[in-house]
Design a protein around this ligand. Structure first.
Ligand code: SAH
Length: 283
């Protein structure tokens, strides 16, 4: 399933080249929005972060590892709103720089720090964090089970894994679903997507005591209608004509994602899992 088009280098190159555009078009948060009440796109993105933080009961002032931190939106939110001390890691040096500059501009560089690191080889010491926070990064990783294990290792006893991920439908899905997911994966540089059951299984197997998952597809799928609107703007279309084939394929896959959500080929999951040990309420 893997190969050059999904390699770590290809993913790094994608985010190095496009993060400036992501930020210009979609803001500081490179993830889905959560819509329940007519929110603006940026309001909806913050809502996703608020909900994940509340669900995971991220402790105030806690030490958080944000894996696949993008340009820093969620890490800076955790630092500003919960006083967390956050280490954000990304495969993209451009993103790490953008995130650090943003934290500095907000006066939060003491709390929110950023480094380049490969999520396939997380090595920040065992039992180091109160929370490991992962929004839409594990999609890019070939060995997701091993990644979940490394998150478990990095957590202190009683620590929490908070993870949002694009999912594929379960085993019994019709073949058309798999083809659509494969098209999304090609455009979005994902070796494959996993199902909700697979993520839950990996979490249970590596010693998480409470594993909770929710399918929030209907709350987040609007994201792609908004993205389609953005890329249909004349100035964006003109810019796309000048860009390379990979970027055009990436943008073309937005339509496949909308179809995948609509037909049930893909879903969006939010997971929280608490490592055994620590205080009973995890705080
Ligand atoms: N979590 C961020 C960004 C999501 S976009 C947000 O919510 O805003 C996906 C992120 O995963 C990008 O930051 C990308 O650099 C990161 N990523 C992808 N593969 C990675 C890898 N192997 N190691 C570290 N980060 C990776």
């Amino acid at each position: 399933m893997s190969g050059d088009q999904f390699s770590v280098e290809a993913v790094r190159d994608h985010y190095d080249r496009l993060s400036g555009h992501y930020r210009a078009l979609w803001g500081e948060h490179i993830h889905h929005g959560y819509w329940e009440d007519g929110e603006s796109p940026s309001g909806a993105q913050v809502k996703l972060v608020e909900r994940l933080a509340a669900r995971a009961r991220i402790p105030r002032g806690g030490r958080v590892l944000d894996v696949g931190c993008g340009v820093g939106g969620p890490a800076i939110w955790l630092a500003r709103n919960l006083g967390c001390s956050v280490l954000g890691v990304t495969i993209s040096p451009v993103q790490a720089r953008m995130a650090a500059e943003r934290a500095r501009a907000e006066g939060l560089s003491r709390l929110a720090r950023f480094e380049v690191a490969d999520a396939n080889r997380l090595d920040f010491g065992a039992e180091s964090f109160d929370a490991v926070w992962v929004i839409e990064c594990s999609e890019h990783l070939a060995d997701k089970a091993r990644f979940v294990e490394s998150c478990a290792r990095a957590l202190k006893p009683g620590g929490v894994l908070a993870l949002c991920a694009w999912l594929r439908a379960g085993e019994d899905a019709p073949p058309g679903h798999a083809r659509l997911v494969a098209e999304v994966c090609r455009g979005m540089l994902c070796p494959h997507l996993a199902s909700m059951t697979e993520y839950q299984g990996w979490m249970r197997r590596c010693g998480f005591a409470q594993v909770e998952a929710e399918d929030i597809t209907r709350r987040v799928e609007q994201t792609w209608g908004r993205c389609a609107e953005l890329v249909s703007r004349p100035e964006v279309r003109a810019a796309l004509r000048l860009t390379d084939r990979r970027t055009r394929r990436f943008v073309a896959s937005f339509a496949a994602i909308r179809r995948a959500y609509r037909t049930g080929a893909m879903a969006y999951g939010v997971f929280t899992a608490r490592k055994a040990g620590g205080r009973p309420d995890g705080e």
